[in-house]
Design a protein around this ligand. Structure first.
Ligand SMILES: [Ca+2]
Ligand SMILES: [Ca+2]
Length: 200
């Protein structure tokens, strides 16, 4: 075999190898993973059906799924990377989880607890729909061991008596009673917790 033939065989072998390599890479499936979990009603612990769960990157929706009757959602065949997840349903405050990572051939578990939005009148501690001096009496009795306020809701990370928080520090305590008295005597304006503003 002369030198030219050997070179030709080498060249052909190289080209075939390159083609085989490119072809094999084209056949490899892209690395993927999944995100799955449950969306439940944080006020009742029951599953929420038809909640929408969206996976976002830079604010753009990449995937979405809706929950079944068990509150389950599944987003499969997701490209690897980080996603912001948002769960929402009518009548609930949407919840967002930032920077959820998808790993190759794995399912990242992310559960949501959605809560109803708070709806109350600032300072209406006894929950009768009006704010007046009787609420001061009710609040004082409560802190002395009396009946707790009838209305509470999830706000700022926990469930508490939001209507009593009139100084806006997201806690209902004795300082609010002092503040209410200041409101009547000195005109202090009510300020409710920023995370769940009430009606003035
Ligand atoms: Ca009241
Ligand atoms: Ca307060």
């Amino acid at each position: 075999m002369n030198r030219l033939s050997i070179s030709s065989i080498c060249l052909i072998t190289f080209i075939l190898s390159a083609i085989a390599l490119v072809y094999s890479r084209a056949q490899d499936p892209p690395p993927i993973g999944a995100i799955s979990g449950f969306v439940i009603n944080g006020d009742s612990s029951r599953p929420i059906e038809d909640a929408i769960v969206r996976a976002l990157q830079d604010g753009n929706e990449i995937f979405r799924d809706s929950t079944d009757s068990n509150g389950l959602y599944i987003m499969s065949e997701m490209q690897l990377g980080f996603y912001d997840l948002e769960a929402s349903h009518d009548g609930f405050v949407a919840q967002t989880m930032l920077g959820i990572e998808v790993f190759m051939d794995q399912t990242t578990s992310v559960d949501f607890e959605l809560h109803h939005p708070c709806s109350y009148i600032e300072g209406d501690i006894n929950g009768n729909g009006a704010m007046n001096g009787i609420d001061v009496t009710y609040g004082v009795r409560y802190f002395k061991g009396g009946v707790p306020p009838p209305y509470s809701c999830f706000c700022d990370g926990y469930t508490w008596y939001v209507a009593g928080d009139v100084n806006g520090d997201c806690v209902f305590n004795g300082l609010d009673i002092v503040y209410i008295i200041g409101h009547y005597k000195c005109g202090y304006p009510y300020t409710s917790c920023r995370a769940c503003r009430g009606i003035k």
